[in-house]
Design a protein. Sequence first.
Length: 216
Amino acid sequence: MKRNLPRILAILLLAGPAYAPLHAGGNVLLYPFARLFGSLPESELVKCREAFAEFKATLGTRPIRVAPVLWVDGPKHIWKRPVADALVREMRPHTTAPVREAPGKPDVPPAEFRRNQLRYLWERGAQYAAWRRAAPPSDDYLLCAEVWGHGGKVGAIQVYVLDGKGQIAYCRLFNSHHFGPNLPLQPDEPLRLIAEKLFEDLQKKPEQVFPPYGVG
């Protein structure tokens, strides 16, 4: 049982809206475990909810720029501009907002993906946010994505949307619990999933996308 505890807790933390929401008291009780596994403090999650609510409210009126996608195939880590172009094409049918490719790849440290995917998600998000904050303020939203794979299959996908001041307005991890073990490591299907899930999530409440105390 002790050996399985980290796996059980990780499933609880990543389960998302597939399960009925916990009452506030339950969220508070699990909050230390969420923090242990890498979730943000509640004070930072509040900021994410506020930014997500603004993202929803201004959807269609502010441009969305898509950064070159970090494409990982085993040991190969490549920032792919053509993949960003393809993601732009997947996103455009979902919104009236101008969706364009962002110039230049993100200036972030080399990625070090470890077994704790939740911790990696937020630590990597902080790196993208710091890079965005260092740029001049903008009304544009910036989407950054990573597709991690091996042996021709996708293992994990991370998606971030940052507002013009570098605040995370959307942050999602997708792995085999969401898309199964056989998603091909080819641009079409992972990018379609990113676009579809992003705009599905934009129909949700901020508390569903960024659950209170990181539990939901």
